[in-house]
Ligand binder design. Structure first.
Ligand code: PEP
Length: 249
């Protein structure tokens, strides 16, 4: 039985002071052993959030990292830097990074490799545009993203990766995929994981759905057999995040 993983993606929101306040508001409400709860926050918020969440079971994640070990990469943050701080997870290849910051399947793969080598747990994002869905190529597209993102990753390491299926047309739009649409793609992702790593490993790996998850739709989405939790943007910045974490109550 896979444990659910519910991760908030704060995106470019919350100054360090606001981050502390948000942790104070949320931490008791979302602290649970029933699911893995993660706050993925901007780099400058990592220290205050790690400090504010001390003594809880809530893990902290970054929203990005660079794949080089160190060196002349002005403005970038390495996996080793995150690891030393006490960061556990890192989101890799979010569609906003692919769209606005030129991330490709190749850089995503390099980042996944480096994260794993450094002891971080990657949350690898994939998902189709509305045009791709309407063209009927969603499954092919997502299969390619997964195969490229995990290229060269061993089965042992793959178990440490969480996949986040996020249809781009559903991110921040208030337009959620239906539970059937989300399940169809998550099942296809599990199928490609089976082809890559075999059934046992694929059954162990967690697949999140992301795209306008809220306190009302979480229960139906997370009840789907191949959906193991959510990657949550907007609603992770509000008390509503607690309703998502406690979706089954
Ligand atoms: C996201 O940021 O990954 C996301 C799914 O955002 P939202 O929940 O706001 O759609």
């Amino acid at each position: 039985m896979r444990k659910k993983i519910i991760a908030g993606n704060w995106k470019m929101n919350q100054t360090p002071k606001q981050a502390k306040e948000l942790c104070t508001l949320l931490k008791d409400k979302v602290n649970t052993k029933e699911a893995d709860v993660v706050f993925c926050v901007p780099f400058v918020d990592l220290y205050p959030v790690l400090e504010a969440l001390q003594g809880t079971d809530i893990a902290v994640g970054a929203e990005n990292m660079y794949f080089a070990e160190s060196g002349a990469y002005t403005g970038e943050i390495s996996a080793a830097m995150l690891k030393e701080m006490g960061v556990k997870y890192v989101i890799i290849g979010h569609s906003e990074r692919r769209e606005y910051f030129g991330e490709t399947d190749e850089t995503v793969n390099q980042k996944v490799k480096k994260a794993l080598e450094s002891g971080l747990l990657p949350i690898l994002c994939c998902g189709e545009t509305l045009a791709q869905r309407e063209t009927g190529i969603t499954i092919e597209w997502v299969r390619i993203q997964i195969k490229c993102g995990l290229f060269g990753i061993s089965a042992e390491d793959a178990k440490k990766v969480t996949i986040a299926y996020e249809p781009i047309w559903a991110i921040g739009t208030g337009k959620t995929a239906t539970s059937a649409q989300a399940q169809e793609v998550c099942a296809a992702i599990r199928q490609v994981l089976t082809e890559l790593y075999g059934k046992d490993v694929a059954e162990e790996m967690r697949i999140q759905y992301g795209g306008s998850v809220n306190g009302k739709n979480a229960a139906e989405l997370f009840a789907m057999p191949d959906i193991d939790g959510g990657l949550v943007g907007g609603a992770s910045l509000k008390e509503e995040f607690a309703d998502i974490v406690h979706y089954n109550k």
